[in-house]
Design a protein around this ligand. Sequence first.
Ligand code: FAD
Length: 437
Amino acid sequence: MMRKQGLSTLAIRMSGSMSGSYAEATTQRPQLVILGTGWGSYSVLRHIDKSMYDVVVVSPRNHFLFTPLLASTTVGTLEFRSVIEPVRDTIFRNAHHFHLAKAVSLDMANKIVKCQSTLSDNAYDISYDKLVIGVGAVANTFNIPGVEEHAIFLKEISDARKIRNRILANFEMALEPGIRTAEQKRLLSTVIVGGGPTGVEFGAELYDFVRQDVSRLYGEQAKQVNVTLIEASQILSMFDARLRKYAEKKIRERDRFNLLQAVVAEVRKDGVILKDGSEIPCGLVVWSTGIAQRKFTKALSVPKNKQEQILVDNYLRLTGDSTGDVYAIGDCSDIEGLHLPCTAQVAERQGRYLAGSLCKTPEKVSPFKFKNMGMLTYIGGYRALTDTPEAKLKGVMSWVLWRSAYLTRLGSWKLRLQVPMDWIKALFYGRDTSRFE
Ligand code: FAD
């Protein structure tokens, strides 16, 4: 692989089915390779001065996902395409600068990322002058038997789609002639494991769906719907105690919505087994119990913390890279000694910081600083929680704030139009319950 000092070499070596073919183009700009199209990496891509770098993106996903509104798509409050941005809309200098592929390993000595196409068996290398690792994380299963096989995570659009289809399939199956009462009850029961914001928000969306649409469309069946939110300690533990208690109270008040403090020992095809041996039969298990690192991150032989996150310094450079040209941001990384939360807020801010610092001379770059803007979460029934350093709000006003805050955070005018349209459609015409694979 040819590299020229001070210049970037876009060098891609193909292997696999196209073994041997080789494409190379040289430009005057250094090559910045960004891994991922999530909160951190997309933020770098959007804010970087593209006149200074050839920006190459490698990601198994060709869109950015606005995760705070993902739960709303599981029941049709929002449509899937209303919470994603196609990455190719972010002007690339060259159409070859986006790769729908996974980074599989890193050769830091030779500044090469080894990639694997997600569409074919092509494997190839991409060389970099600067590299940003923003590959995010995966759901943590704690190696509990059956989670991978039978539970559905809520991380990607494909997960939300699976959940929506499963809920609708379960409702339809429960209406089939000859179905036994116990089976009907099981199909209409959902278990959510994990009482963090994602689990609570999914429960909130499900509650709204059942109240507003299931009773209208499925009649008596609505009365049999049962939702259990299981949390080993306390729900929304990162929120202010008063707000947390308010959320707990509201959830407990709901008919057939249960909050259970318990530990899951196993997930089976037809239900969940708790550590005390009891069983909760159900037709859907949504698993949201924190994060674990991806295979790619785990395989990197660089300094990491106990959670296997890559350790970076205050400039977001890998502590174990002597070149100083490799950076890590977002959920896959940890600033040594700071241990910031794994949130979109942190990842987005790190991406923006890096886009700025990569375009400055080293002496002008100051360390990354994070100011917490607070947290918002939806708890259902037009109620939300707002926990900021300045204010602790709950209830309907907080829900208005939640919706307005996320509406303004959406990255494009297209989504800012689409999202309120979906909200209005759901309000006046109900959620779309069409089911298709
Ligand atoms: P991600 O956004 O996960 O992006 C990772 C990217 O890397 C993806 O594009 C992925 O496809 C790509 N990738 C994966 N493997 C590879 C590979 N091998 N090579 C190249 N690319 C790869 N945070 C908040 O602050 N507020 C909220 O309200 C909030 N709500 C959430 C709701 C849900 C349902 C979820 C799941 C999360 C929520 N979060 C929220 C957390 C927030 O989404 C994450 O902290 C954030 O996405 C982390 O950003 P990231 O850039 O590190 O990773």
